[in-house]
Design a protein around this ligand. Structure first.
Ligand code: ZN
Length: 114
């Protein structure tokens, strides 16, 4: 069920509500106004909550990070722009990891033939 609030034009907000709440981040009366203003001044439409601080070391960690990010976007805990950054960096990480693994294999072959 979407946020129960109405927007400035008195139409239903339709944003996803925060986890366990009836309202999205912007309309949630439990979110302090100064926190909302800070988030909006940063250009965010949702709370500047940081994704769990998990060290990303392999593709499985990236999968868990993306799953966590997806769910936090759906509940407006993090902004779409933050999620997009996480997605972009995750993709770059996986590419770098793949190149690194190829380099390790090439080094192994080089050592074997010399
Ligand atoms: Zn709303």
């Amino acid at each position: 069920m979407p946020c129960l609030a109405k927007n400035s034009e008195w139409l239903p907000c339709n944003a996803a509500p925060m986890k366990g709440e009836d309202y999205c981040y912007i309309h949630n009366p439990h979110v302090p106004e100064n926190e909302k203003k800070l988030a909006q001044s940063l250009g965010w439409k949702s709370s500047p909550v940081v994704v769990k601080n998990t060290l990303i070391e392999n593709a499985s960690d990236v999968a868990n990070l993306l799953s966590d990010t997806l769910n936090r976007v759906r509940t407006w805990e993090i902004s779409v722009s933050v999620a997009n950054s996480i997605g972009y960096l995750s993709n770059q990480f996986l590419k770098a990891k793949e190149v690194s693994e190829y380099q390790d294999k090439l080094d192994h072959i080089h050592r074997a033939i010399t």
